[in-house]
Design a protein around this ligand. Structure first.
Ligand SMILES: N[C@@H](CCC(=O)N[C@@H](CS)C(=O)NCC(=O)O)C(=O)O
Length: 228
């Protein structure tokens, strides 16, 4: 299998944690996509994923799977022992629900702040952001406020249960964790009063699959190239 990604970027990092959690690191070949050079917006990559986004999983038969949740579902079921996406109907539904909340309230909001209220990763990387739009920065700032509300929401959830979707570590935890790393890189810090979220983040960062995932330094290097 091949994974098209860029080490350290928020969504690719979700899949690196999944691979590590499943013990599949040596089953995949990583192909680094030059996001900074806008390789993902050129025809060869758009043939791999028409959305022009990473990560993408390519199976040995050539099947292409994009969207981090879909890739996670595939990898989690590959060995017949799903541990990240739920076993019972109830677990599956709760993980799906919390996953979507993490995506909307954190990942999407932080992405909006980063690409609209800050220089992001430059014009080649984000051709869809109109620089002349007067309300652009204000909209980005609203996304920042939304992300902070999302952090407060997940802090409340984690006051009464150990993991985002209940008693077990799941895909939803991975999405919240990757979102918080993205938030930190974009300059949005977790409010100090969100103690449960801060403690949970520390706990997750010490899980072997999270600690041992590869390539976390790349994002810092990419951000430095943009003076961020
Ligand atoms: N919904 C997609 C989002 C993927 C995504 O936004 N990836 C980012 C990197 S973290 C990307 O490729 N951004 C490039 C762009 O949007 O131009 C997923 O879940 O995988």
């Amino acid at each position: 299998m091949k994974i098209y990604d860029r080490p350290g970027f928020p969504n690719p990092s979700r899949i690196r944690i999944v691979l590590s959690e499943k013990g599949f690191d040596d089953k995949v070949e990583f192909i680094s996509v030059d996001l900074i050079g806008a390789e993902h917006k050129q025809a060869p990559f758009l043939a791999i994923n028409p959305s022009g986004k990473i990560p993408v999983l390519e199976l040995d038969d050539g099947t292409l799977i994009s969207e981090s949740t879909a890739i996670t579902e595939y990898l989690d079921h590959l060995d017949g022992h799903p541990v990240l996406t739920g076993k019972t109907p109830r677990e599956k539904a709760l993980i799906h629900m919390m996953q979507n909340r993490a995506e909307a309230e954190l990942m999407g909001a932080i992405d909006g702040y980063f690409h609209y209220a800050t220089p992001g990763l430059g014009p080649a990387m984000q051709p869809y952001v109109a620089p002349e739009w007067a309300g652009r920065k204000e909209w980005g700032e609203r996304q920042r406020a939304k992300a902070i509300r999302g952090m407060t929401y997940f802090d409340g959830v984690l006051k009464s249960q150990p993991f985002v979707a209940g008693d077990a570590f799941s895909m939803a935890d991975i999405t919240v964790f990757a979102s918080l790393n993205f938030a930190e890189a974009a300059g949005i810090l977790i409010p100090g009063e969100c103690k449960s979220l801060i403690t949970w983040r520390e706990k997750i960062s010490n899980l072997p699959s999270v600690k041992n995932r590869t390539g976390q330094d790349f994002l810092q290097e990419d951000l430095k190239r943009f003076g961020l």
